[in-house]
Ligand binder design. Structure first.
Ligand code: NAD
Ligand code: UD2
Length: 303
């Protein structure tokens, strides 16, 4: 199969590309390297790297012409960046998605997988969060992700494109970039632990997230490529378990034998307190949830 992976040089995309190549697929990566890195990708004759932008309609059409399937991961993944620059991030996060859908409609692409986000639920009172829960996208990032998901539904109904939108919860693992203050909390914790620097916990550390190991997500996406019975589907990708930041700290310390120095500061404005995915749809569709226990995932991350 020839698979176009947008954002393939990024954190999640590089794991997906690696899996696809290992299974003998031809992989095209389209990435503008805004946050991704060429060196995240394995050297392979099966992998063709194209430095370019999903906002470039002509280039996107060329890439889709050769593809059997698209895994669309390219986006400005930082929620804060979207708050700082709604119009700029909209071009990648929404216009880029529509460019891809249009190009797929005009070519022979059979399957389209999309990286949506738990951010579209906003702050919910009832946990775990089901897909049917009222949506409350509170940031430009979440509005664009949700709009993209709605468009997938439209292209599935109107043009028969076999689409699936996956609402990722908090993904972690090797190659997640810890360099920004808005990087994933596990990447920051691991970085500070290894460098001996202190990290700031915003709030009391009792907030929870549903953390998914990136390898499990990559397996799930690759497995779902061949599915012909999922068109128009929408699905949470979480484990159904919550872990607090304080529990994460203990787990990292027990895995590494080191102590993580922390200080506490006020909670971030608008921060969600508790988050956990309902996984019934995932179980019904795949017969399983992401399985890597958090300590094992942390061990992989620390290397
Ligand atoms: P990432 O920043 O590592 O990956 C995004 C990739 O997209 C990068 O390689 C970047 O260079 C590329 N990119 C950005 N804009 C582009 C454009 N206009 N044209 C071409 N390439 C472009 O982030 P990630 O964590 O790997 O996220 C992958 C996807 O998953 C994103 O769509 C993100 O919104 C979504 N997501 C991630 C999480 C998480 O916990 N990491 C949670 C929910 C959703
Ligand atoms: C994650 C995703 C976001 C979106 C959302 C869905 C990342 C980076 N962000 O946001 O894209 O999909 O999930 O709900 O993956 N924290 C600290 N100290 C730090 C950094 C973070 O205390 O140095 C706290 C933060 O205030 C929050 C928790 O850790 O309470 C998780 O933060 P995050 O940025 O990793 O992820 P989240 O859930 O805000």
């Amino acid at each position: 199969m020839n698979v176009l992976v947008t954002g393939g040089a990024g954190f999640i995309g590089s794991h997906v590309s690696e899996r696809l190549v290992a299974l003998g697929n031809q992989v095209q990566v389209l990435d503008n390297l805004s946050t991704g890195k060429r060196e995240n990708l394995p050297p392979s004759e099966l992998l063709n790297f194209q430095e370019g932008d999903i906002r470039d309609q002509e280039l996107v059409a060329e890439c889709c012409d050769q593809a059997d399937a698209v895994i669309h991961l390219a986006a400005v993944a930082s929620v804060q960046a979207s708050v700082d620059d709604p119009a700029g991030t909209h071009q990648s996060n929404f216009d880029g998605t529509l460019n891809l859908l249009e190009a797929c409609r005009k070519s022979d692409v059979k399957r389209f997988l999309y990286a949506c986000s738990a951010a579209i639920y906003g702050d919910t009172e009832v946990l775990p969060v089901k897909e049917e829960t009222a949506l409350n996208p509170l940031t430009p990032y979440a509005v664009d992700k949700l709009s993209g998901e709605y468009y997938l539904g439209y292209y599935s109904r109107q043009y028969g494109l076999n689409t699936s939108s996956f609402r990722f919860f908090n993904i972690y693992g090797p190659r997640q970039d810890p360099s920004s203050p808005y990087s994933g909390v596990i990447s920051i914790m691991a970085d500070r632990l290894l460098s001996g620097r202190e990290m700031t916990i915003f709030g009391d550390g009792k907030q929870t997230r549903d953390f998914v190991y990136v390898g499990d997500l990559a397996d799930l996406l690759v497995e779902s490529l061949a599915r012909t019975d999922m068109s128009g589907s929408i699905m949470n990708v979480g484990t159904g378990k919550q872990t607090s930041l304080l529990d994460l700290k203990s787990a990292l310390e027990s895995v590494s034998g080191k102590t993580l120095k922390v200080s506490f500061d006020d909670p971030r404005k608008g921060d969600i307190k508790f988050s956990c995915a309902a996984v019934t749809r995932l179980v019904t569709c795949f017969g399983k949830v992401p399985t890597t226990p958090i300590k094992e995932g942390l061990r992989e991350l620390l290397g």
